[in-house]
Write a protein that binds this ligand. Structure first.
Ligand SMILES: Cc1ncc(C[n+]2csc(CCOP(=O)(O)OP(=O)(O)O)c2C)c(N)n1
Ligand SMILES: [Mg+2]
Length: 347
């Protein structure tokens, strides 16, 4: 197992091995990764310009983790994520237009415009939400996995968190309970080497996050998170185990965010050379593209068409969100909770 201290610039494997993944499936991965890339490429500048209110955490660079795990989840399975979540939601099948409208704070959004970037959820797509509490996405997925197990359903859940979350107690409480109760859960750590501006090597003891997880007695693997096929293989193994009552699996995916912790950060904690190395050598989208080209499944035209389709879908989502109405203040208690809130009046 590779030590977590090696994350920066040393993730293994330049070429992606697609193995016997059928061509239409691999092409579907590319489409989904391009949708995430184009969505984030549009949303970031809109947030910076103020058209999308509040902050935003971009997932550019993390696409292969979400799509690799998402590739083994069925529509009625569940995924939950932390603050950096757009890629997980889109990989789970959330409609980009529903998400974009929510980012804009519009009535047509997934939470009627009252959740925004960090409170996305689409229960219909099995996306149980993003939230601002580091590590808490795993707990949401754990709850769903408990319900699935209790009801004897053949469904599974995936909870995503970051390397920063691996230094919080709650994550290990979740992992412990999932392992003790053999719950159908994939615990997915997106180790991008940084928690805001703190390098993992400066703040984490032990060999690796996966090695930490192994102490709880569940299968724990470390994969190249910039290789969608590698993530898919690890997730597929975990999903088979979870669906057959074999309990949870822990996946540490080594990844990298191309942009800052949040949109607009000053970014003085890492070098431009480091960022550009990852962009040039480990871009998950370009690596999948190269693997498809090497197989004879794709050429430049085909790639541009796929990127164009994703761009058009996102542009449509942006136009619809811009045109949509803001929420009606008279319904301020609606669309957020299942039951209307009762505002205390003091009487
Ligand atoms: C419980 C809690 N503590 C602190 C924060 C502030 N905070 C927001 S993001 C973040 C770092 C998260 O790093 P990581 O888990 O590695 O995720 P990444 O941003 O790298 O995707 C921190 C400390 C928070 N949101 N929640
Ligand atoms: Mg991180």
């Amino acid at each position: 197992m590779r030590a977590h201290t090696d994350i920066t610039g040393t993730v293994p494997g330049a070429a992606i091995d697609l193995g016997d993944v059928p061509s239409p499936e691999a092409a579907g991965w590319l489409d989904r990764m391009l949708l995430i890339r184009e969505f984030e490429s549009a949303a970031g500048p809109l947030a910076q310009a103020g058209a999308i209110p509040g902050g935003m955490h971009s997932a550019i660079g993390h696409e292969a983790v979400a799509v690799g795990v998402g590739s083994v989840l069925r529509p009625d399975d569940v995924a939950a994520a932390p603050h950096r979540s757009h890629h997980v939601a889109l990989a789970k099948g959330m409609d980009p237009a529903l998400m974009m409208a929510e980012l804009f704070g519009k009535r047509t959004g997934s939470s009627a415009g009252r959740g925004g970037h960090m409170h996305l959820a689409d229960f219909g797509a099995g996306f149980f939400g993003s939230n601002g509490i580091v590590g808490a996405g795993v707990g949401l997925a754990l709850g769903a996995a408990l319900a699935q197990s209790y009801r004897g359903e053949p469904r599974i859940s995936a909870g995503f968190f970051g390397d920063g979350g691996a230094n919080t107690g709650r994550v290990w409480e979740f992992v412990n309970l999932a392992a003790a109760w053999h719950l159908p859960l994939l615990v997915v750590c997106e180790n991008n080497g940084y928690a805001v501006e703190t390098r993992i090597r400066d703040a984490m003891a032990g060999e690796s996050i996966a090695a930490r997880a192994a102490g709880f007695g569940l299968p724990a693997v470390q994969v190249d998170g910039q290789d969608v096929a590698a993530v898919h293989r690890a997730a597929a193994q975990g999903a088979v185990l979870a669906r057959s009552g074999g309990g949870p699996t822990f996946i540490e995916a080594l990844t990298y965010r191309h942009l800052g912790h949040d949109i607009g950060e000053r970014g003085q904690y890492r070098t431009a050379d480091e960022v550009s190395w990852w962009e040039r050598h480990r871009d998950p989208v370009q690596r999948l593209r190269a693997a498809l080209v090497a197989r004879g499944d794709l050429d430049d035209d085909g790639y541009e068409q796929a990127a164009g389709r994703a761009r058009a879908r996102v542009a449509e989502a942006v136009s619809a969100a811009e045109a949509a109405p803001l929420p009606d203040p008279a319904t301020v208690t609606g669309g957020v909770t299942a039951t209307e809130l009762r505002i205390r009046t003091g009487s």
